[in-house]
Design a binder for this molecule. Structure first.
Ligand SMILES: *Cc1c(COP(=O)(O)O)cnc(C)c1O
Length: 462
């Protein structure tokens, strides 16, 4: 695809010029001060080091490219990258207002927009370093409200929930999943009936397979058994804006406003650099649990300091600036540009699923609920299918198509797979088609996968 544009290449460089103009505007806001044009330490060495850094950074899979269709990785939008970089010239700390007047206000606005996306007109919430920290905060509050009681999540809930339980001293117990990777309701009710459950974690988009737990039924059980519901929407939260979800997923997202707390990761589907998670509570009065009395951090303002409602102390104001800028350019509204890009990701996943399902070399356990596709090569045993998965993974990577692998229950597969009914897991292929470009690239992705399959699995069985 030759082009003579100045930006020809694979990485966006054209938008970098905007940073210099924005920096001049920022500088002009401080003209009352005497100039401080001192050179940085060892300025003369910066370029050589930067070129060395660029060389070192070549040793990465092309995470930014549409042919990277493996793990949950999506490059930040240029506006997020630039806003984050611009903020570095101030380097605000969103712990206290004194150290972050502008970026704390931007954090509160951006987080309120996320709460609105979930249908909440009031909330308490803030950004975190990521989804793990955000879930830790949500479950810390859950534990304060129901000390010593058990936290339940599905066996496909994120692996960090068990670890968070250890940190908080709360028992985390996994509940079995059905064949579509969702929390099994009969298993959940059996466990609830045994008693002592304080919180149920509903995963809105599991990390491995993108499955959405049956939230309406979980909320109905809350009526009967009384427990707190936390929605872990770290990966899937933005699909609340989607217009192409299946009925089950749509029904779950439509009830999200009734949970007690929500976690969403802007650094997953929200086009942000890493270091941006978000936790939201429906009841703002839980802020009382964060109360502390630091003698030195909060002078000078009667307004709420974000450090008063966060477990962490210092937090990157730049992360809030980047998120604010992104939501300014791409508002979180149904039918908007951002929402349509999510629909494109889902369309790409459905198209890949359809091709795999029509191909006699492969077995697919279920259609994607969001934009993650999982599948396995057919084989007589799960062990053989696992070997073939690894071979296909390598053959695709040799052709610059980067997939992911996941060990998933063999029981999810139907009889056509050849190994159905075996206990234990099978190594599957997994593709998170979360880049907006994936829809347009799907034909090329399939052509490569088809050729890799001929190499790795033998025969063009169609
Ligand atoms: C990624 C993920 C997490 C962990 O979030 P980090 O940002 O990686 O710390 C938790 N839950 C789910 C469902 C996830 O997909």
């Amino acid at each position: 695809m030759g082009t003579d544009k100045a930006t020809a290449g694979r990485l966006d460089r054209a938008t970098l010029r905007i940073l210099d103009r924005a920096l001049a505007r920022l500088d002009a806001g401080f003209t009352g001060l005497p100039p401080a044009d001192t050179a940085p330490l060892a300025a003369e060495g910066i370029e050589a080091v930067m070129l060395e850094v660029a060389t070192r950074m070549r040793d990465n899979a092309p995470l930014f490219h549409p042919l990277y269709a493996g793990q949950m990785l999506k490059p930040p939008h240029p506006v997020a990258r630039l806003a984050y970089a611009l903020a570095q010239w101030i380097n605000p700390n969103n712990h206290a207002l004194e150290s972050s007047r502008a970026s704390s206000a931007m954090e509160r606005e951006a987080v309120a927009e996320i709460a609105t996306m979930f249908g909440w007109t009031t909330h308490l919430g803030h950004l975190t370093g990521g989804g793990t920290m955000a879930n830790l905060e949500a479950l810390w509050v859950a534990g304060r409200l129901a000390p010593g009681r058990v936290v339940l999540g599905s066996s496909q809930a994120h692996y960090t929930h068990g670890r968070i339980g250890e940190v908080l001293g709360l028992a985390f117990e996994p509940v079995a999943c059905d064949r579509k990777a969702r929390m099994d309701l009969a298993a959940l009710e059996t466990r609830l009936a045994a008693g002592d459950v304080g919180t149920v974690v509903a995963t809105m988009g599991t990390t491995a397979a993108g499955a959405v737990d049956p939230l309406p039924a979980i909320l109905a059980l809350r009526e009967r058994y009384g427990f707190r519901v936390h929605a872990d929407a770290a990966y899937g939260g933005y699909f609340a804006l989607g217009s192409s979800l299946g009925d089950d997923a749509r029904g779950a997202y439509d009830r999200l406003d009734q949970v007690d707390s929500i976690v969403i990761d802007p650094h997953k589907h929200g086009l942000q650099p890493y270091g941006c998670g978000c936790v939201l509570f429906r009841d703002p009065t839980i802020g009382r649990f964060y109360k502390h009395d630091s003698p030195y951090t909060y002078f000078g303002s009667k307004e709420l300091h974000l450090g008063e409602i966060s477990l962490e102390c210092s937090r990157a104001g730049a992360a809030a600036v980047a998120l604010w800028a992104t939501q300014r350019l791409l508002p979180l509204m149904r039918g908007g540009v951002f929402a349509r890009a999510l629909d494109d990701s889902r369309a790409a996943a459905l198209a890949l699923h359809a091709r795999l399902a029509a191909d006699a070399r492969f077995a697919v356990p279920f259609a994607p609920e969001l934009d993650i596709v999982v599948w396995a090569p057919r084989a007589a045993t799960a062990a053989e299918a696992s070997v073939r998965s690894r071979r296909l993974f390598d053959a695709a990577a040799d052709r610059h198509l980067h997939l992911a692998r996941a060990d998933l229950p063999a029981a999810w597969f139907g009889p056509e797979a050849g190994f159905a009914g075996e206990p234990g897991t099978v190594t599957c292929l997994r593709s998170a088609l979360m880049k907006p470009e994936h829809r347009a690239w799907l034909d090329r992705i399939w052509t490569i996968l088809d050729a890799a399959g001929r190499d790795a699995l033998g025969g063009a069985a169609r």
